[in-house]
Design a protein around this ligand. Structure first.
Ligand SMILES: NC(=O)c1ccc[n+]([C@@H]2O[C@H](COP(=O)([O-])OP(=O)(O)OC[C@H]3O[C@@H](n4cnc5c(N)ncnc54)[C@H](OP(=O)(O)O)[C@@H]3O)[C@@H](O)[C@H]2O)c1
Length: 268
């Protein structure tokens, strides 16, 4: 796997930073993309040098399609092709549906859904020139079981799962493997960075996995791609229960979440 060329979106912090560091340590040549150039420069400066050339810093706001095009053009010039695309950039928005504000809701879908699709589109020609090309899309366990207070975010992550299902068949002919990874609660700055941090209480981060655990799953998916992986067996079970018995899944979910949520009353 030495010498593989990877683009990581959202490489300036959290899971993206952790996977950037892990892959560079494994000999990958990394293109780091996010909005915060100073953070990207700081992470890139800390990476082991690559024999084929420098790692690449791509400052880019993914909610602007023209910036995605421009960044991928720079990537094409520097790397020529792409072996691994990690669509990780994402943003959270917690609000009850009765209190949703359209502007942050739109930003969630622009970042988590539209940008991911447009990044896949822009990178397609590079992936077709890649070695054993792989795409890993970072969704969330809440993409397989929506949770209260995060309906908009959950829906955006359900869309990411759906995109993975479509894309892995669409790109089978070119032999581009597409994996969806659904992390559970992970200890990053995600909850501070979300669009309305004060609206609902933060989850208990004592239960959170370290970002490096998710980064290792991404590396494992590049080595042996699988269609979809959900982290934490309780969330996997909840996803399956939601299809088999939504009522039981509601009960299990409110028990797991705490925070005063209650399951719907049975009527009739
Ligand atoms: N933490 C969790 O509990 C958890 C659980 C399940 C799934 N996830 C998912 O994991 C992924 C990574 O999240 P994280 O936990 O590592 O949070 P994070 O530390 O807040 O990282 C988010 C990354 O996305 C980038 N980003 C946000 N908006 C962007 C935009 N418009 N253009 C370019 N880059 C943008 C941020 O960089 P800049 O601000 O520099 O642009 C940052 O690097 C997200 O997709 C998230 O939904 C997280």
């Amino acid at each position: 796997m030495r010498g593989r060329r990877v683009l990581v979106t959202g490489a300036s912090s959290g899971i993206g930073e952790a996977v950037t560091r892990l892959l560079a340590a494994q000999g990958y040549r990394v293109a780091l993309l996010a909005r915060n150039r100073d953070r990207l420069d700081a992470v890139a400066a800390d990476l082991p040098p690559h024999p084929d050339g420098k790692h690449l810093v791509l400052p880019c706001d993914l909610t602007r399609p023209e910036e995605i095009e421009a960044a991928v053009e720079v990537l094409r010039g520097a790397f020529g092709g792409l072996d691994l695309l990690v669509n990780n950039a994402g943003i959270g928005y917690r609000a009850r549906v009765s209190e949703l504000d359209p502007e942050p809701l739109r930003r969630v879908f622009d970042t988590n859904v539209f940008a991911l699709l447009l990044t896949c589109k822009a990178c397609y020609p590079l992936l077709t020139r890649g070695e054993r090309p792989v795409v890993v899309n970072i969704s969330s366990v809440v993409g397989r079981r929506g949770i209260p207070g995060q309906a908009g975010y959950s829906a955006s992550k359900a869309a990411v799962c759906s995109i993975g299902e479509a894309l892995r068949v669409e790109w089978a002919e070119e032999d581009i493997a597409v994996s969806t990874l659904n992390p559970a609660l992970t200890a990053t700055g995600f909850f501070q960075n979300q669009l309305n941090p004060q609206e609902l209480p933060d989850p208990d981060l004592d239960e959170a996995s370290p970002a490096i655990d998710v980064a290792r799953e991404i590396l494992a998916l590049d080595r042996a791609p699988r269609p979809e992986v959900s982290l934490r067996w309780k969330w996997r079970a909840l996803g399956i229960l939601s299809i088999l018995s939504p009522r039981l899944a509601d009960l299990a979910l409110v028990k797991r979440l705490g925070g005063g949520w209650r399951a719907p009353r049975r009527r009739g």
